[in-house]
Structure formats: C-alpha cells, structure tokens
Write a protein that binds this ligand. Structure first.
Ligand code: NCD
Length: 311
C-alpha cells in the first residue's frame, strides 16, 4: 500500500517513518516550485485550519496560516489562546479537541506544557499538529530544517551538524536530533554543562549507534562541522532568573569565529535570535536562517495537504 499521511496527527517526529518524511520533502519541493510560479492553488479549498497558540510565535503561526491561505483554504484562530479561549475558564485540551473536530479540518497548537498537543489530539477526530509543546518537541520545525539542509547542501548523506546553545530546554533540537539521526548525520552537541541535551535523548541516540560528541567548545565543533544550528537560551523555561542571566551569553557566533570554521559551513537558527548570532554573520554566504524561515511555508503546505488527504 502506498504511504498516506491522511488523518495523521503530527505530535512527535519519531512517529514519522523515513518514507513519510521523504513524502513531506517531495511535496514541499513541489509546492515551492508552484509558489515560485505564482500558481493559484486550490488543494485546500473549502477546508479550515484552526490555530491555537498559547505561547508567543511569529514564524510558526504566520507560516502555517500563510500555507493554508496559499492552498486556497481558510483559517480560524484564537488570538491569545491562554487568556481569550475557554482554557482561561478551566476547559481541558481534550474538550477543546472536540470543538476542533466540529469546527475545522486540521489544527495547529502551541502550548507551554509538554504533552499538550497529544492531549488535544486525543479529543479531536481531525488531525492535530504540534507547533511546539513546552520544552518537548517541535516536529514541523525539524521537517523544515531537514528540507533546508537538503536545499543548502544538495544532500543529506555524510554530514556533521553541530547543535549549539540551550539543548536542555530547546524543543527544536530535541526533534531535529531525532530526525537527522535517521539520515545518518553525525553530531556535536555544544552546550554549557547546565544546558546539555537531556541524557535520555543522548543515550537513546547512542544506543542506535549515532556518533555524538558532547562539548561546551563551539569553536572546536565548528572546525569539524558542515552545518551549525544555533539556538536561543530559552529564557521562559528558567525557574531562577539568575540562572538565565548567568547563561544567556554562553555563545555568540560572529564572523571572526565563522572564518575559523570548516570551509562551506552552513549556519542555521530556528529564530528568534537574541545575542547568539552577531549581525555581521548575516552577510556570510553560508548563512541560511532567513531562507530556513521562508522554507516553513512550502513544508507546512505539504503537511497540511498530506494530513487532510493529499495522496
Ligand atoms: C522556536 C520555538 O518556538 O521553539 N521558534 C520557532 O518556532 N521558530 C525557537 C525558539 O523560540 O527559540
């Protein structure tokens, strides 16, 4: 039977087979070409996307909504879900899921609590997409990151990637390490001791024979990496503001450091950046973070179309 993602929730990146990931990549490339040609698309005509964002977002929300509109569909959303939805009255996400299935064909949720997207999905017959659940996962970001590497490098084989910054609290790197490991990537996990990748994730990858070097030394990792993926220190996840103050300046990638890195280094970041990438890096030719953000639209078009029934 041919692979189909129809009706599938997108909660954890591990729930995707390599075949399903490839299907998303192929359809994203197809939609990117159509966007370039300014084609008028109607794949999602008559369909409704619901967006529920209980945490701040610029790219994830705008690119999902843009993706839906570019496919000819429509969007309903709760602007400040935390305060203006019935969550403020004590409604559970399971019950909210019941509403999702009666009002819309697919939903995207971002929420501060790990497992929240799964809870919404348990109440909804319509597919639910995790747009970030606390320090848990961000699977659609990982898919657009892989797509970006594919475009920037022209391949996904035989590559070393350095994931740097807040690996403890950063949901993007939790999903991305799991995804890239399936394609044979080697890793540097670059973080200060207090922000190391959770041991559970590292051990799990090592069990699958994934090559990982853990180091706090960014320059050392860059000398041997094809791609660096910088991340923001996740201020909102710190219990003690003093810890954040101590760790916030852990890394600052500037042009001086980039010049010492392996030739052809591709620089990525899920954004928003704070101080971890200096402005002078923007003009470097391997800087991909703005192109990466743009890739969110075709990748999310592919996801929306596939989970709602594109064969
Ligand atoms: C990331 C997130 O929300 O996890 N942003 C995004 O979706 N592009 C990264 C971050 O907030 O640091």
């Amino acid at each position: 039977m041919a692979t189909s993602l129809k009706g599938k929730d997108v909660i954890r990146i591990q729930d995707f087979s390599v075949e399903e990931v490839n299907m998303v990549m192929e359809n994203a490339a197809r939609f990117a070409t159509m966007l370039e040609k300014n084609d008028r698309l109607t794949n999602m005509a008559g369909k409704v996307l619901a967006t529920l964002f209980y945490e701040p977002s610029t790219r994830t929300r705008l690119s999902f909504e843009t993706a839906m509109l570019r496919l000819g569909g429509q969007v309903v959303s709760v602007a400040e879900a935390k305060t203006s939805s019935s969550a403020a009255k004590g409604e559970t996400l399971f019950d909210t899921g019941k509403m999702i299935e009666s009002y819309s064909d697919v939903a995207v949720i971002r929420h501060p609590i790990v497992g929240s997207a799964a809870e919404l999905a348990s109440g909804s017959g319509a597919p639910v997409i995790n747009g970030g659940d606390g320090a848990g996962q961000h699977p659609t970001q990982a898919l657009l990151d892989l797509y970006t590497i594919l475009i920037e490098k022209g391949k996904v084989k035989d590559l070393t990637v350095a994931l740097a910054g807040d690996l403890k609290n950063g949901r993007t790197v939790h999903s991305l390490s799991a995804l890239l490991s399936r394609f044979g990537f080697r890793f540097y996990f670059v973080a200060p001791d207090a922000l190391k990748m959770p041991a559970e994730i590292t051990e799990n990858l090592k069990k699958q024979k994934v090559e990982i070097v853990e180091t706090p030394d960014c320059a050392k990792a860059l000398a041997d990496s094809d791609v660096v993926y910088m991340t923001r220190i996740q201020k909102e996840r710190f219990e003690d503001p003093a810890d954040y103050e101590r760790l916030k300046g852990s890394y600052e990638l500037d042009l001086k450091l980039v010049k010492k890195a392996k030739k052809g280094l591709t620089i990525m970041h899920p954004l928003p950046r704070v101080t971890e990438i200096a402005k002078d890096v923007d003009s470097y030719e391997g800087t991909a973070y703005f192109r990466q953000a743009a890739n969110g639209v075709p990748v999310r078009m592919a996801l929306l179309a596939l989970v709602t029934g594109l064969e």
